[in-house]
Design a protein around this ligand. Sequence first.
Ligand SMILES: Nc1ncnc2c1ncn2[C@@H]1O[C@H](COP(=O)(O)OP(=O)(O)O)[C@@H](O)[C@H]1O
Ligand SMILES: [Mg+2]
Length: 235
Amino acid sequence: MTTSENQIIFTDNLSLSYSSGAGQIDVLKGVDLEVMDGEAVVLVGPSGSGKSSILMLLAGLEDISGGNLKLLNQDVSNFTEDEFALFRKENIGIVFQNFHLIPTMTAIENVAIPLELQQKDDALDQAKSWLDKVGLAHRLDHYPAQLSGGEQQRVAIARALSSNAKLILADEPTGNLDEATGREIAELLFQLNKQEGRTLLLITHDLELAQRADRILRLENGKLHALSHAENLEL
Ligand SMILES: Nc1ncnc2c1ncn2[C@@H]1O[C@H](COP(=O)(O)OP(=O)(O)O)[C@@H](O)[C@H]1O
Ligand SMILES: [Mg+2]
């Protein structure tokens, strides 16, 4: 494997197969991906191509079937669940496709979780300021079930950003938002990328959003391909 000081993601021949009653599905068949510090990379691909699966692997929430994975220059391929949980807490903010909010906690409590795990004294104040940034200052004490899909999405985004993680993984973060809110959230993500140098790996079907990335990669038939500029127009 090559090494580089400011490499945030490096995968070498990464593969993932799921086995189920219906047999084995080979979803990722040798993914080579390198993302450098401060880059904003968009991942596109047909539904079912394995985009969410890549994110789960990068977050240590799914076991690698083969190949190697390095994050922030550390080989994490053989991390135990506990080791990865610790690493994730410090370094990765994730916006899941289906939010994964804790139903028994209010919006502000959900956003404060990563901060409390990091033992920040002002966890609730910081959580409040992140909810303000995603336009939800008026919904601090609402439970997920009392929020619309778009509002839950924004809580999930605030939670992913609140920990100040170096790497932000976002799975269709604007998918449930109306156009105006989606644009604001996209603005926030790219602003954090540019101003704070947070590395961003973003899955989206939104062409406008994709065009703002430094690079666009397409996942198809278990492999990643770089899209040329002309191809960008027909995601
Ligand atoms: N936990 C799982 N067990 C078995 N198959 C799965 C599991 N998760 C996803 N898959 C399958 O893997 C493929 C890729 O899924 P996914 O990563 O969600 O694709 P995408 O996000 O690109 O739509 C799909 O065929 C899906 O049905
Ligand atoms: Mg998906």
